[in-house]
Design a protein around this ligand. Structure first.
Ligand code: FES
Ligand SMILES: [Fe+2]
Length: 393
């Protein structure tokens, strides 16, 4: 026996990492997939539904989006009810979409209107309904409900998008990740949802590590508290600024995937100016739709972060290493973060609260109830948030 000390903590023999499947996986029949299917989700900009069939992937389901000649958008299961050719190759007509193979015509709600190769245009065509999902349009976005029809809630309105000041208008955008990144982000949606209740990464990742990605005052280490609201986890970050003023910033992660984050570039103070919805595409990809109050069309796009003075897509690989943002941090956690390897600390209290809020909704749905944040009375007033940037003193 020598007196040589053994190395401890090496990577050798470490356990295989695992993730919290119930919180992350979104396919039909999974706990989170069923919870998310109780809410409306934006699946495209209004202009994405047009006369050219478009593939969309939502919660692990492949679907075809189009808009018929009467202006009605449709979202259909891709494989034609006849013998399965994809409606991606269909032709959009006045009353619906026609399959390229044998010409069956389907309306936006899946009704089969014509079967041109069948006697009398198809005597039993009513029995060949193409599976479809309900859609609504609001705020420049197309919203889909992929859940059980008897639980379909009202599509919400939001106070911060209903109250426009003079000279303001609404704009919708489909390319937005706070610290820069591509339109489709290749990691699990929960990684971004948790990022919303993580105000400390703003001080490190966005303010010191990669230079100032937002504005100088974000580099001040805040005093942070979190609280759980009926349908969100709220973060209050209080900063004492060098001029003696107090900067209070409230952000929220709203159910089910809502990003209620006031502008981190703090152009002006007041109520949150935009809402973002994280759309889980499947277990390993998500994207974000945003609607905001703007002064001019294009403002949401102009707000995009610069990293080392460049847009994310202009960076070389080495610059991505030198100026990492949310994309680099979140996707490098893995396609789905390794929850078994985490060491949650005091600064992660918001993340623990958010996971518990989700966990409670999973239980409610499993017991046959309706999750928080859905409502069925069309006269329900717009949803309110308290998020914003506020200056005091
Ligand atoms: S497969 Fe679509 S009409 Fe035959
Ligand atoms: Fe961020």
């Amino acid at each position: 026996m020598t007196d040589r000390t053994l190395d401890t903590g090496t990577a050798y023999g470490r356990p295989r990492p695992t993730h919290r499947a119930e919180l992350t996986e979104v396919g039909a029949g999974t706990p989170m997939g069923e919870l998310l299917r109780r809410y409306w989700h934006p699946i495209g900009l209004a202009a994405d539904a047009n006369a050219t069939p478009r593939k969309v992937r939502v919660l692990g389901e492949d679907l075809i989006l189009f808009r018929d000649g009467a202006g009605q958008p449709g979202l259909l299961y891709p494989h034609c009810a006849h013998r399965g050719a994809s409606l991606y190759y269909g032709k959009v007509e006045a009353r619906g979409i026609r399959c390229c193979y044998h010409g069956w015509l389907f309306a936006a709600q899946g009704h089969c209107l014509e079967q041109p190769c069948e006697p009398e245009g198809g005597r039993a065509r009513e029995s060949a309904r193409q599976p479809w999902y309900p859609l609504e349009e609001r705020y420049g976005l197309i919203w889909a409900y992929l859940g059980p029809p008897d639980r379909k809630p009202v599509l919400p309105r939001y106070e911060c998008l209903e109250q426009l000041a003079d000279g303001e208008m609404l704009e919708a955008d489909d390319h937005s990740i706070g610290g820069g990144g591509p339109q489709i982000i290749d990691c699990n949606w929960l990684q971004h949802y948790e990022n919303l209740v993580d105000p400390f990464h703003v001080v490190i990742l966005h303010s010191s590590f990669s230079g100032t990605q937002f504005v100088e005052q974000m580099a001040v280490m805040p005093q942070v508290t979190w609280d759980v609201q009926a349908h969100s986890v709220r973060t209050l970050s209080v900063r004492k600024l060098p001029d003696g003023k107090t900067f209070r910033r409230i952000s929220e992660a709203g159910l089910p995937t809502l990003r209620v984050i006031p502008n981190p570039r703090v152009g002006s103070y007041g109520m949150v100016e935009s809402l973002g919805w994280i759309l889980p595409i499947d277990d390993h990809h998500f994207r974000i739709y945003v609607v905001g109050r703007v002064k001019e069309k294009g403002d949401l796009h102009r707000m995009r972060s610069r990293l080392g003075g460049k847009l994310w897509e202009e960076l070389t690989e080495e610059e991505h290493q030198r100026y990492p943002g949310d994309y680099e941090a979140m996707t490098s956690q893995g396609p789905i973060a390794h929850h078994s390897e985490e060491h949650l600390a005091t600064s992660d209290r918001g993340i623990v609260m958010l996971r518990r809020l989700l966990q409670r909704q999973l239980e409610v749905v499993a017991q046959g109830g309706d999750p928080a944040g859905v409502f069925f009375d069309p006269d329900t007033p717009p949803v309110k948030f308290t998020a914003g940037n506020f200056l005091e003193g």
